[in-house]
Write a protein that binds this ligand. Sequence first.
Ligand code: GTP
Ligand code: SPV
Ligand code: MN
Length: 648
Amino acid sequence: MPEFGEGYEESASCGSEIGRFNKQLKQSSHGFFHHLRGVSVIYGDINVLTEKARSYVEDKVDLCRPKNIHICDGSDAENTNLLSLLQKQGTIEPLPKYKNCWLARTNPADTARVESKTFICTEKKTDTIPTPTEGVKGTLGNWMAPQQMDQAVVERFNNCMKNRTMYVIPFSMGPVGSSLSKIGIQITDSPYVVASMRIMTRIGENVAKVMTEDTEFVKCLHSVGTPANGVVEMPSWPCDPERTLIMHKPQNMEIVSYGSGYGGNSLLGKKCFALRIGSTIAKKEGWLAEHMLILGITKNGVKRYIAAAFPSACGKTNLAMMTPTLPGYQVECVGDDIAWMRFDENNQLRAINPENGFFGVAPGTSNSSNPIAMKTIFKNTIFTNVAKTSDGGVYWEGMENDIDENVEITDWRGKPWNRKTSKTPAAHPNSRFCTPASQCPIIDPLWESPEGVPISAILFGGRRPAGVPLITEAKNWKHAVFMGASLRSEATAAAEHKGKVIMHDPFAMRPFFGYNFGHYLDHWLSMEKRTNQLPKVFLVNWFRKSNEGQFLWPGFGENCRVLDWILRRLDNEDCASKTPIGFIPKKNSMNFEGLSDIDFDELFRIDPEFWKQEISSIEKYFHDQVGQDLPQAIEEECKSLKKHFVNC
Ligand code: GTP
Ligand code: SPV
Ligand code: MN
């Protein structure tokens, strides 16, 4: 396998960068820390790390015994060379139709997050998950005891990097130096992960330089692994699906991930740090780490910010970048997946997007559904598991009208694919683009503001083909927390769940809680004591279907009509009617101008039979899964809602 540095080739386009890179190589090989625990540092300066960070790296060098070490500086030259190494290894190929775009194909056994192999490690099991009713399998996370984790780590990581380079990535979640940001050090043996982390987070020397000996950092260890029998099935995408394990130890601010190179399993800043470890830090420090997009919306010159939690592959990226169809509105994007939010000294809830890029679902993204994403992703982007076209571009389901009809298509596995005759999708349903947020043409001017943006409303939503209205406003904060807690959604390809079953996904966080969900609910409820300026909360559902199985709502840019109603509610307009499940729009109070065939009655119908069943599922879920840890306020909300429907 080619090594870093060997991948170097003189090229006209980046000669000067290569020159700088080469000089750096020489410098480090003559530098002071030319070895670390007997392993050569072939790139970067170990001196930029604090004592504590260096000692963490040393420990992991002892454990993983890499061939050599690369300390990432985040420079363009480093990136150029990593991309060329990845190309040599066959992990990525260029997409000549666009500028600096690449296609990666994974091992087909490694295409999504693996929730069943994701664990939180605490001394006490009840710190991680509520105790389910006897005989019921817990679905609110997986717990592991510390000794078990230690053993699992040794079994998998001992010597695991023996023929590989260990990359050390200092990274910042949130703008470098902001008081709301947090730092991590990721160790990985995957150059694909380095190239992706460079897009998704802020990496390199700038980050290392703001660290002092007192700076706490999240320790992130990652290896793509090698199967126990030593046979790497697909050398261009090494992984070990059988033994994949993603572990978190909140007490040590530590993440250890083995066996997968994909998305949230390997880009440890994202779900592992920003949500699982993040939520435990947030609980301790009195703030919120959530699976939410953040958007700014301007109407008649007045701008407000909204955060929204939808489960994976349920529309966050689309809403965050939407093009409003109503005139006079403008949407700007702060973030599309994660929000860190806290009340400031004026009791105003403020949010930052801790990420630096979008790791977005490709299928369904098109010039008609999300033109802004289409304007963002065709430069400096790594595509994973999409199909490619014979003219050097990409293709996925939904792009039918965006490609030349004469091009030939190669599917995500690298096989010829035919529009008419192929029975499998061209792109994997969880294929993704990894693209810099700064390229988004509607990126909000305040998206990197260190103090965050003020949040006026919070939305919860999911894929609910039946029963759940287009929009419902919560009656008060306790009801709002109940709404989040009772969120349900159809399973998607973002994780390993099969079929389209309706799953409980409280706060769109079920796969991402870093601690006991009952305690998380207490934390949310406690916000009422912190401030008299709570945001208004709404439940939305773009996915209700008619009896014929058609979506009742056009969605995408038309969702601005729902946002418009929300803004009017924020202004206390009298446009809502009270129902047992919350406030819904009064008839004719939503702006449907220019839309034909909208069945208002069906979109907002509250069917008592449906709600009886829904409430009993929620009640059973709370009882079985949360049990004694369910806050009384939530139990009362559930009971009072039930009362409305039992006698219907
Ligand atoms: P993660 O990145 O997995 O957290 O997903 P996400 O919540 O950002 O979902 P995304 O916006 O990528 O949307 C996922 C899928 O839902 C895409 O195929 C979209 O086309 C589809 N989708 C998004 N918004 C709408 C909508 O308003 N209506 C309908 N019918 N589909 C939508
Ligand atoms: C999600 O599944 O919610 C994602 C993709 O945003 S991943 O980064 O793989 O978690
Ligand atoms: Mn997500």
